[in-house]
Write a protein that binds this ligand. Structure first.
Ligand code: ADP
Ligand code: MG
Length: 321
């Protein structure tokens, strides 16, 4: 390993993200100095990707860098927050320049797209593991939470859930599809696009919000439980991408949309009186979200299909067993 730790940090991470005026001191000192904006609350999130556990091996470095930041951006999107500063804790088996360059490019491109400065981190040797900590702002008192929805609220989801789980299955050779559908679905796993603009605009509309990382049904259930309610999803309303239908057929596509993971879309509730103004201000076709169900008083998360309740106890992964 020709690179010293100092040279590695300097070469790949000192100017990896956006340049921001509120960074008084970034990479290079013992800690970063940041100037939070007046009247705003700080929002903080952290997530770890472990190769082989959260990520198929061998890990594509550009995608790993992208995803390590994307999963945290998605958490801030779900809070209605705007991201600002990131820290990167990187554990590497070896310092491989080509690998590091691609990893930094993947992370840096997404960071600059969302005006996120990389202000510090830690670099150690060991089995591949990436932890990103992300800080951002939300106007005081206006953050979206999982709690806050009530029975009768309408539930929405952005994007087309299930795509990323199919993309992961394709990556791992557990599923085969035609080239065009395969390329689209794999991209949805490798480079999720967190819904930051939508999250910010949902402040003032959503009564509750969560990002979909563990599967739509599970995460809608978490939102409902945090709100002291339950939720009923409508099978026929599930937004399925053409590629997902082509790869799996409508039946399995719907199952994967409900139970697959890694979507990084937003699932949110809106009081029925606010639904019309939401649609006027943020047209669903343009902003890419769909009405999928309703909050109810009875606890739990269920799916209605042609008047009967579907049972879902299995995870999406079993569909490729
Ligand atoms: P210390 O021993 O004081 O923790 P380090 O040698 O770990 O210092 O880090 C030196 C500087 O480089 C610090 O500013 C730290 O935040 C930054 N840094 C270390 N690793 C990374 C990384 N992977 N990405 C971004 N900044 C990093
Ligand atoms: Mg350190």
């Amino acid at each position: 390993m020709a690179l010293t730790e100092f040279a590695l940090i300097d070469r790949y991470f000192r100017s990896c993200g956006a340049t921001r005026g509120d960074v008084r001191l970034g990479v290079g000192d013992d800690a970063a100095l940041l100037a939070p904006a007046a009247g705003q609350e700080l929002v903080a999130a952290t997530d770890t990707l472990v190769a082989g556990v959260h990520y198929p091996e061998p890990a594509d470095p550009a995608s790993l860098g992208h995803r390590a930041l994307a999963v945290n951006l998605s958490d801030l999107a779900a809070m209605g927050a705007r991201p600002a500063w990131a820290l990167l804790a990187l554990t590497l088996p070896q310092a491989e320049p080509a690998w590091l360059a691609q990893f930094a490019a993947g992370l840096g491109e997404l960071a600059r797209a969302h005006d996120v400065a990389l202000v510090g981190g830690d670099t150690t040797r060991g089995p591949l593991c990436v932890t990103v900590t992300l800080l951002g702002h939300v106007p005081g008192g206006s953050a979206l939470r999982r709690a806050g929805a009530a029975p009768g609220d309408v539930l929405f989801v952005s994007g087309t859930p299930g795509d990323a789980a199919a993309g992961l299955a394709l990556e791992q050779g557990r599923l085969a599809a035609a080239p065009e559908a395969s390329a689209y679905l794999r991209e949805r796993f490798l480079r999720p696009q967190p819904r930051l603009a939508l999250g910010e605009r949902l402040r003032g509309y959503a009564s509750a919000c969560i990002d979909v990382s563990d599967g739509l049904l599970a995460d809608a259930g978490k939102l409902a439980a945090a709100s002291g309610a339950g939720v009923e999803l409508d099978w026929a309303a599930l937004p399925l991408s053409e590629s997902l239908r082509a790869a799996l057929g409508a039946e399995r596509a719907g199952e994967l949309a409900l139970t697959g993971g890694d979507d990084y879309e937003l699932c949110f509730a809106v009081h029925p009186d606010r639904v019309a103004s939401l649609a006027a201000e943020l047209p669903p076709q343009r902003w890419g979200y769909t009405r999928i169900g309703t909050l109810r008083a009875a606890p739990g998360a269920v799916v209605q299909r042609e008047g009967t309740v579907m049972e879902f106890s299995h995870s999406g992964y079993e569909h490729f067993a």
